[in-house]
Write a protein that binds this ligand. Structure first.
Ligand SMILES: *Cc1c(COP(=O)(O)O)cnc(C)c1O
Length: 353
């Protein structure tokens, strides 16, 4: 607290990101990063940007990147917004599309940044409980609201919602923006991008941090009707004209151009996820069906917080949320087969100690 703070700063409750440990030796399975590196073509494109032209500002519109995304999804560049990580894109969407007086709806178990943005922008919200299997029920979103947001697949559960359910939510809410946060969609869910021409109230956000292995670059995007994109552009151009630097724009575009590498590494993560879920079940865990690059699991006989602490002592870090309904679960990022084996070995040792 300081007398220099604007009054609203004292009331802010900021988001707490997963730990980025200083120790390199740890098996880091806590923040859903990709265990494989980015596309070699993306790295080459970024290296090619390291020259004298860095004295010049980047393209404020990120046109080259928008073209790469539009080509990938066979849509128009006017239907694409790019920003500094999808967290920034989400912030602009909350600010520009969810301030309507009525409460924003999102699941009770969901991405913990959503209530933080509500606090930042003074948006009233109501959480909608997931069902007993941690599933989103589309019928629960037939109530008065000023907007709807949920991740698909959901985080931290990993459970995917089908496009039929997403369409049901869109149809029941023609006067609200429905934001589908597709941070993990490439690991096994169906993208709602195919619906944007039919639903002017649909906004889809994606990130290059997970499936494209560029968490360190900070690039995210939104896809939707040009009118929704225009709202985000207006906010962005009132805040920071150049959210993406030359290196990020080049690397992100090259990543979208390199479809082969992307599909290959996603397939490896998916195969690894299935093996990890199998290994965890063999060790006595209950594992929710995951369409993401993490699994959500609980051991019926062991406290999740204690397990996470014991794993850490053995050099393996996973994520544990002290939150109602899920405080007995661990969220474990899918690593390489070697990292997954280290995790399972550590767990077996802990369970037999
Ligand atoms: C990781 C994540 C994001 C943020 O991605 P960045 O592009 O790295 O900011 C957004 N939503 C969900 C659900 C995520 O898990």
């Amino acid at each position: 607290m300081s007398k220099f703070w604007s009054p609203f700063v004292s009331a802010l409750v900021p988001y707490v990101p997963g730990e980025q440990p200083k120790l390199a030796r740890l098996v880091k399975l806590n923040t859903n990063e990709n265990p494989y590196g980015p596309s070699p073509k993306a790295i080459a494109a970024m290296q090619a940007e390291l020259n004298d032209t860095l004295r010049l500002y980047p393209d404020p519109n990120g046109e080259r990147l928008k073209q790469a995304v539009a080509a990938y999804y066979e849509i128009e560049t006017a239907q694409v917004f790019v920003g500094n990580g999808s967290d920034e894109v989400l912030a602009h969407a909350f600010n520009g599309l969810f301030q309507h007086g009525r409460p924003l709806l999102f699941p009770d178990i969901s991405y913990s940044f959503y209530p933080v943005y509500c606090g930042l922008y003074g948006i009233d919200y109501r959480t909608v409980p997931l069902d007993e299997n941690f599933r989103i029920r589309s019928d629960d979103y037939r109530q008065s609201n000023g907007g709807i947001v949920f991740p698909n697949p959901n985080a931290p559960t990993g459970c995917a919602l089908g496009l039929d359910d997403i369409e049901a939510i869109l149809q029941a809410n023609p006067d609200s923006v429905v934001l589908v946060d597709e941070a993990y969609v490439d690991f096994g869910a169906q993208t709602a991008v195919t619906l944007i021409d039919r639903y002017p109230n649909l906004l889809v956000t994606q990130t290059l941090s997970k499936s494209r292995s560029l968490a360190g670059l900070r690039v995210g995007l939104a896809i939707g009707h040009a009118d929704l994109i225009e709202a985000l552009e207006r906010i962005k151009n009132s805040f920071n004209s150049y959210p993406l630097d030359r290196i990020a724009l080049a690397g992100a575009a090259a990543s979208f151009d390199d479809r082969g590498y992307f599909e290959e590494t996603c397939a490896k993560v998916i195969a690894s996820r299935e093996a990890l879920a199998h290994g965890l079940r063999d060790a006595g865990f209950e594992v929710l069906p995951s369409a993401a690059n993490f699994v959500f699991a609980r051991h019926p006989g062991r406290d999740a917080g204690a397990l996470a602490a014991s794993l850490r002592e053995r050099g393996v870090i996973v994520r544990h949320f002290r939150q109602a309904r899920i405080d007995q679960y661990l969220r474990i990022t899918v690593g390489t087969p070697e990292q997954n084996a280290e995790l399972l070995q550590a767990l077996t040792a802990i369970l037999h100690a």
